[in-house]
Ligand binder design. Structure first.
Ligand code: PMP
Length: 459
């Protein structure tokens, strides 16, 4: 009994060899007060008792008191190779000291070397070769939509319910998570198809007997509402913000065939799923044996430095030459140096294989927890993009949103940072830096176990 109590007390992230620099800035309360005074109140914080993070190293971050946390959210899939990975840090420091900015009106070596590397990573024979760089995922998706509209001459975009596309005008229209974004106006016509969210199939069907009705339904939507006007489909191979929704293997084959037959292009939003995170394959779409016409990337692409990219075939890329178009920071030397260095780390350190191995280990631990805790309705994900969906009743699948919040809050107290997601706010998303170790995963699962045990039922 005494031992049991002792091990309870000892729950803490594995020790890091990194020693954080003592923090000497304003206190957490002062920061909070300044934030309330000077930041737009629309910028929300995550925890009831907001957390202040001042330093990071690999899979760990530290608060202003020097307390260490395991970052299992990875800055929401943005820290791909580890916080302040020395190789990426060095590349950025070197570049920022040499030349921080020109614009793309001049030649620079890194942008072309990096663009070539991206092209080399695309499926053989796809001719997905030419890249336009931006600063955020939203921007990359804007470019993708723009090119699809220009290329096809059509204005209707198909997006998926429960999907997340971004925070700019056009991408907000495409983001179909209720009360998540502002309804932006504009003449973009959007139709929403159904994602392959089998756990909550609205028609109560079961895969494979369902014959992928959700994907095939796109055909009815097009016929009824968009015939002759389809510019393309934009979809995340795995919906991240929507709760790590992994559709059935053939979902995208069916969807892409329908969209292409209607004259549209297929856009894969790889903002969360790219760069080896899904383990088996480098790109998320490759897990579904499809080849898109346009691929968008951001977040983990430069391990925390703002950078995004949209890669497509030359004939589609050429549409942007029809007007004089320009992006001040897109492809600047510092961001692309970070992008190139991040890719080098992924290759040198075998992080895709690591995502596969550690992802499998993480999943096995989550499945063990599912056996033990009735709150876990489903465990899903690929590689190091995993999630548990919490339900208060496994039969009715009543979403356990309040319990999810409790777990996330309590985990923070124990030194573990988790992501929350899902349109029903009942999904815990795990997208740690890909350098995460077995010891970290053991801590993570012990911590989740404790949090799930301690959850108070919500009436
Ligand atoms: N697409 C996906 C799949 C995303 O997850 C996000 C960000 N959550 C975006 C696009 C938008 O990226 P950003 O916030 O960099 O504009």
């Amino acid at each position: 009994m005494a031992n049991k109590h002792k091990s309870k007390q000892l729950l803490a992230p594995p020790p890091s060899s990194h020693r954080p620099t003592p923090y000497r800035g304003p206190s957490r309360d002062e920061i909070l007060a300044l934030r309330q005074e000077y930041l737009n109140p629309g910028i929300f914080h995550y925890y009831d008792d907001p957390l202040c993070i001042v330093e990071g190293h690999m899979q760990y971050v530290w608060d202003e008191q020097g307390r260490q946390y395991l970052d299992a959210a990875g800055g929401i899939a943005t820290i791909s190779v580890g916080h302040c990975h020395p190789h990426v840090t060095h590349a950025v420091q070197e570049q920022v000291g040499r030349l921080a900015h020109t614009t793309t009106i001049y030649l620079h070596p890194t942008i072309v070397q990096y663009a070539r590397k991206i092209a080399e990573r695309m499926p053989v024979g796809s001719d997905l070769r030419q890249t336009y760089f931006g600063n955020s995922g939203s921007e990359a998706n804007e470019y993708a939509i723009l090119m699809a509209r220009l290329y096809t001459g059509n204005d209707t975009i198909l997006a998926l319910e429960n999907g997340y596309t971004g925070g700019t005008g056009c991408t907000m229209r495409l983001t179909a998570i209720q009360d998540w974004k502002f309804p932006a106006d504009g003449n973009l016509e959007v139709k929403y198809g159904r994602p392959g969210y089998c756990y909550r199939c609205p028609r109560g069907l079961k895969y494979p007997g369902c014959d992928l009705e959700c994907a095939r339904d796109l055909e009815n939507i097009i016929q009824a509402e968009a015939a002759g006007r389809v510019a393309g489909l934009i979809a995340e191979p795995i919906q991240g913000v929507g709760g790590v929704i992994v559709p059935p293997k053939e979902y995208f084959q069916a969807a892409y065939d329908i969209v292409r037959a209607a004259g549209g292009l297929c856009i894969a939003d790889e903002v969360q799923t790219g760069w080896g995170r899904t383990g088996e394959r480098f790109w998320g779409f490759e897990n579904f044996d499809v080849v898109p016409d346009i691929v968008t990337m951001a977040k983990g692409i430069a391990n925390g430095t703002p950078l995004s990219a949209v890669t497509t075939r030359p004939e589609i890329a050429a549409t942007l030459t029809r007007r004089l178009h320009f992006n001040t920071f897109g492809g600047n030397p510092v961001s692309v140096a970070a992008g190139l260095a991040t890719l080098e780390v992924i290759e040198r350190e075998g992080l895709q294989q690591r995502a596969r191995q550690m992802g499998a280990y993480l999943r096995s631990k989550l499945l063990e927890l599912q056996d033990k805790h009735a709150l876990i309705g489903e465990v899903r994900g690929l590689g190091l993009l995993q999630a548990v969906e919490l339900v208060s009743d496994r039969r009715t699948k009543e979403p356990a949103a309040a319990e999810t919040k409790q777990v996330v809050e309590r985990a923070k107290e124990l030194g573990l940072l988790l992501g929350k997601s899902g349109s029903l706010r009942n999904v815990i998303r795990l997208a740690p830096p890909m350098c995460i170790s077995r010891d970290d995963i053991d801590f993570l699962s012990a911590c989740l176990d404790r949090c799930l045990t301690e959850v108070r039922p919500v009436a």
